[in-house]
Design a protein around this ligand. Structure first.
Ligand SMILES: Nc1nc2c(ncn2[C@@H]2O[C@H](COP(=O)(O)OP(=O)(O)OP(=O)(O)O)[C@@H](O)[C@H]2O)c(=O)[nH]1
Ligand SMILES: [Mg+2]
Length: 206
């Protein structure tokens, strides 16, 4: 493992990437041999699409028409140097309560204990307001001092003006500064340069 992985040098274009494993319980986690970045957010918000765009592979991570598709932690290794972890979406109403609690337990303990985790990217639909579950996650990550980056995605669905307005509303609601969030679109690639620069800041600190 090298000391620092350069997101801007390797991501956002064709790169070497392989699917490693799907984790359903913490005992199945791979050895923490590489720094890792986890992607969290409500079901259907665009987590898998964002990862696909980051590694420039349309079909690497399954994108779902049906929300709640990703039900495990899915590990992808980039350039033999960095793990990207697609987390199951939260806030999917049709999931039975018991299953929901199991997921939450697993993800909470993963986020709290994973020593190689450098940053949690919390993905928000830019069209939506501040939702309680998003706010809960963001506040909790701030409380346990885990570096987090907010990504306001699906920006292509709004005009520039509306993007600007919505971003300001979300910034105020989550209490984040402009350099703690990125406006993004997995469809157009808008915001990729900012996203890579932000990831680099988290990967530089060892
Ligand atoms: N227009 C637009 N559509 C997007 C964007 N990102 C994702 N989508 C669409 O949103 C839907 C959900 O995307 P996914 O990437 O599967 O979302 P997810 O968060 O991984 O969903 P789960 O795994 O079910 O939690 C798909 O139909 C995507 O094509 C975006 O930036 N712009
Ligand atoms: Mg997904």
């Amino acid at each position: 493992m090298s000391d620092s992985f350069s997101a801007s040098a390797s991501l956002g274009k064709s790169c070497q990437v392989e699917f490693i494993t799907s984790v359903f319980k913490n005992s199945q986690l791979p050895a923490p041999d590489y720094p890792e970045i986890a992607f969290a957010g409500r079901s259907n918000v665009g987590k898998s699409s964002l990862i696909n765009k980051l590694v420039n592979r349309r079909g690497l991570v399954k994108v779902s028409a049906r929300p709640g598709k990703t039900q495990s932690l899915n590990y992808f290794l980039v350039e033999n140097d960095l793990y990207l972890v697609d987390l199951p979406g939260y806030g999917f109403a049709k999931v039975p309560k018991r299953v929901k609690n199991d997921w939450q337990g697993m993800i909470t303990s993963y986020l709290e204990k994973r020593e190689s985790l450098r940053c949690v990217v919390v993905i928000i639909d830019i069209r939506h307001g501040v939702k309680e579950q998003d706010l809960e996650l963001v506040s909790w990550l701030q409380m346990i001092d885990l570096p987090l980056l907010l990504v306001y995605t699906k920006a292509d669905k709004l005009t520039r003006n509306k993007q600007f307005q919505q971003a300001a509303t979300l910034d105020a609601g989550f209490g984040v500064a402009r350099d703690e969030r990125v406006v993004f679109s997995a469809k157009t690639g808008e915001g990729m340069v900012d996203l890579l620069a932000a990831l680099d800041r988290y990967l530089e600190v060892s």
